[in-house]
Design a protein around this ligand. Structure first.
Ligand code: ADP
Ligand code: MG
Length: 313
């Protein structure tokens, strides 16, 4: 088999043909159930919503789940998403002309490759503009027409009207976090349902960690509680920490601890350690890049303090 054939075989094997084929393990208690209901309310009233929250609180998974529900209800409605930053140009979401074909055939439909926003508009799918407030004002302004009129102008080709089922969701980190641009006032005025997500309540976050652990991975309830207390401590220390540990950090810690436990069980570990020792090591490895300290504060020092406070010396 040639490399090319091998590539094609693998590609087709792994291709996700439709969002309904994706199995999304989501916890819908607490804020997530309410947020989903708000997304539904927005959809059925023709309003476009925004999800606002720090990294790793579940904005993307909620949108994917919502899009999969819509797809299941009215068949083959696609889900597209694009994470924006200063380098994103309107052509990245609208689409662009293939230079080689354009040279031969001119600015024709044949030479045009659709971008994710245009595809969602044509197919009546869901489009998620992730980190929309990081896009430049110029790019943000291109989104005004799709939001306001459900239409969009494509250079050289004309103006299209979106399918009635087209739905546009924005997601962003709260504006006060550094490194993000502001959402333009014009765009803000066109988004009329603001859905805030924060770090979930303890019971919900523990459920999320559990649901994200592979089946054969096991951690005791008391160990999960310890992991939560470490993660939660990063969120309480607002003096030293600018961005605390997200849900992802807790999931990672639980996975690493579960692996130690399973190695122990199968007798593959030379020396057994206490859960406190395991979690101290795991905290150091996971938290180092999972928290963003305030300027002048060292992550290592914060982590040692948290370990001391939650796990003891
Ligand atoms: N309600 C939830 N149910 C299950 N997993 C969740 C939930 N919320 C967050 N997660 C998990 O937490 C991680 C971060 O979620 P994500 O949606 O990527 O956050 P964000 O888009 O806000 O950065 C992912 O691994 C996701 O699977
Ligand atoms: Mg995300």
């Amino acid at each position: 088999m040639s490399d090319k054939e091998r590539f094609e075989e693998l590609f087709n094997k792994h291709l996700i043909k439709d969002i309904t084929e994706e199995n999304i393990d989501i916890v819908l208690t607490g804020q997530y159930g309410k947020a989903l209901e708000l997304l539904r309310d927005a959809e059925s009233t023709g309003l476009f919503p925004a999800l606002v929250g720090p990294p790793g609180v579940g904005k993307t998974i909620l949108c994917r789940y919502f899009a999969s529900l819509r797809a299941k209800e009215n068949k083959n409605k696609s889900f597209y998403w694009l994470t924006m930053d200063e380098s994103i140009k309107p052509s990245h979401f609208i689409g662009s002309f293939d230079p080689a074909i354009t040279l031969k055939k001119g600015f024709t439909l044949e030479a045009f490759n659709s971008g994710p926003l245009l595809s969602a508009m044509l197919e009546g799918g869901t489009f998620l503009a992730n980190e929309i407030n990081r896009a430049t004002e110029y790019s943000q302004n291109t989104l005004l027409e799709p939001l306001e009129e459900a239409s969009i102008g494509i250079p050289h080709l004309g103006r299209i009207k979106a399918d009635d089922d087209f739905f546009f969701i924005s997601a962003m980190n709260p504006e006060e976090l550094s490194g993000t641009h502001r959402l333009s006032e014009a765009l803000k005025d066109r988004i009329k349902v603001w859905i805030k997500l924060t770090y979930p309540e303890k019971a919900t976050e523990l459920d999320i960690i559990r649901i994200n652990l592979p089946e054969h991975f096991f951690v005791e309830e008391s160990e999960l509680e310890l992991i939560y207390s470490i993660i939660n401590e990063t969120r309480r220390n607002k003096i030293d920490i600018e961005i605390p540990a997200s849900i992802r950090a807790g999931i990672a810690m639980a996975k690493l601890l579960a692996r130690k436990r399973s190695l122990e069980k199968s007798g593959q570990l030379k020396e057994k350690k206490s859960v406190y020792e395991y979690l101290s090591d795991i905290s150091r490895n996971v938290l180092l890049g999972s928290i963003k300290p305030k300027p002048g504060v060292k992550a290592e020092n914060i982590i040692e303090n948290i370990i001391h406070k939650t796990l003891g010396a």
